[in-house]
Design a protein around this ligand. Structure first.
Ligand code: PLP
Length: 405
């Protein structure tokens, strides 16, 4: 049995069209089996070279003249992200600030388009910062926040929305992939549902960008935000992206009127006038070194291509689920992710009452790095750019070992 499995895994690795991409990442000295790329992606050689060159050649040599090209970075990278990974025509995406700050800006911008509506909606199982930012906005602006009860381990259904929808709903914030279960939501259906009552959709793509194909324009999403340090490997503190539908841009107001969002930044005029396009979502001086790191990192993802990434990711999570059924389910683990391929993103979640202790033991005894999420969840995230099929197998077998000792 074991011999058959390992033979099959050898074949999967041998026929892996993305296998060579492992060599594009800096390996750690202790040989960690890194299954946590959905939290912080690995360092690529290109990201490293790019940030070093930004330090030595640009900051070091160009000094302030660097701004002649640095000012363009936020929108250049936004357009690359848009065309390669988000299904967005140019002029709709910028890279700046954190996902949390971008949520704040997009939610208030959306509200500026529907000023008479008083209700904000969010999945009660969504990532904390998404809920907290909404809670803060509701408190500051005297609005009502409705927390939708959902089944965390399954995609959100149209029926889940029904009890919360009326013509007072301004917007809903939804994560495309749930961070604790990996459930993949259907943005097109959700956009249709919320539009049918005149509300807007703000999608959080933090756990989906670089893992699943995204079609923001075709799906009729109004606004989107997301992290670049997860599957995009931009590094800790890498700035987030923000998408705003072109046809909405000229009518909306975003709440932080920084000089980078002004019509003519270097006129230094007496009063604020917003830039015409997506640039009105910028705020202040961007983190140039991090933007340059992201530029390098993103090149690697684009070279692989989202279709190939998704198909390897599916093969890896499929393998992990088969191994889960054979080796982990008998030890009292529960799969807290959808079994249906079309309903899950790039990571899987295994539940067990001893999840916390197991995740520590996995690292100490096996050099397998996963992450733990309250209350009893282990997130198991192969990253198709640098995780082999053998590492998926080794990760599951290590977990079985710590659970059966
Ligand atoms: C990781 C993540 C964030 C993180 O937001 P930051 O502002 O970068 O800290 C936000 N939302 C979701 C859904 C995430 O998965």
């Amino acid at each position: 049995m074991v011999a058959e499995v390992t033979q099959r895994i050898d074949q999967l690795d041998q026929s892996d069209v993305l296998a060579e991409f492992r060599g594009r990442f800096v390996s750690d000295a202790s040989g960690i089996n890194y299954l946590d790329g959905n939290s912080l992606g690995r360092l690529s050689h290109d990201a490293r070279a790019s940030i070093l060159s930004a330090i030595d050649d640009e900051w070091g040599q160009e000094l302030i003249r660097g701004w002649e090209h640095w000012t363009e970075l936020s929108s250049q990278l936004g357009d690359v992200l848009g065309s390669e990974l988000l299904g967005a025509e140019p002029g709709q995406v910028v890279v700046s600030d954190s996902t949390s700050v971008n949520l704040y800006k997009t939610i208030l911008a959306a509200l500026s388009l529907v000023p008479n509506r008083r209700v904000l909606l969010v999945d009660a199982n969504d990532f904390p910062t998404d809920r907290y930012i909404l809670e803060g906005i509701a408190a500051a602006h005297g609005l009502e926040l409705r927390l939708m009860a959902t089944a965390m381990n399954d995609p959100i259904s149209v029926d889940d929305f029904a009890p919360y929808l009326d013509d007072d709903v301004a917007l809903v914030v939804v994560s495309q992939v749930n961070y604790r279960s990996g459930a993949l939501n259907d943005l097109a259906r959700i956009a249709y549902t919320i539009h049918s009552v005149g509300g807007m959709l703000v999608a959080d793509l933090s756990h989906s960008v670089g893992a699943v194909p995204i079609a923001l324009d075709d799906d009729d999403v109004d606004f989107a935000v997301g992290c670049t340090y997860k599957y995009l490997n931009g590094g800790p503190g890498s700035p987030a992206f923000l998408y705003a539908r072109a046809r909405l841009q000229s009518e909306l107001t975003q709440p932080i009127w920084g000089w980078f969002s002004a019509l003519d930044q270097f006129q230094m005029g007496p009063r604020y006038e917003p830039a015409p396009g997506i640039a009105r979502f910028l705020v202040g001086t961007p983190p140039v070194l991090q933007l340059q790191a992201l530029k390098g990192a993103l090149g690697v993802v684009c070279d692989a291509g989202i279709e190939r990434l998704r198909s390897k990711s599916i093969a890896q999570t499929q393998l992990a689920i088969e191994l889960f059924d054979d080796y982990l389910a008998p030890e009292g683990f529960r799969l807290a992710s959808p079994r249906e391929v079309a309903q899950r993103g790039g990571h899987l979640t295994f539940e067990h009452p001893d999840a916390l202790a197991f995740s520590h033991a996995l690292f100490v005894d096996h050099r397998v790095l996963v992450d733990y999420r309250v209350p009893d969840r282990i997130r198991f995230a192969p990253s198709p750019l640098y995780t082999s099929f053998a590492q998926v197998y080794e990760g599951v077998m290590a977990l079985r070992e710590v659970a059966t000792r």
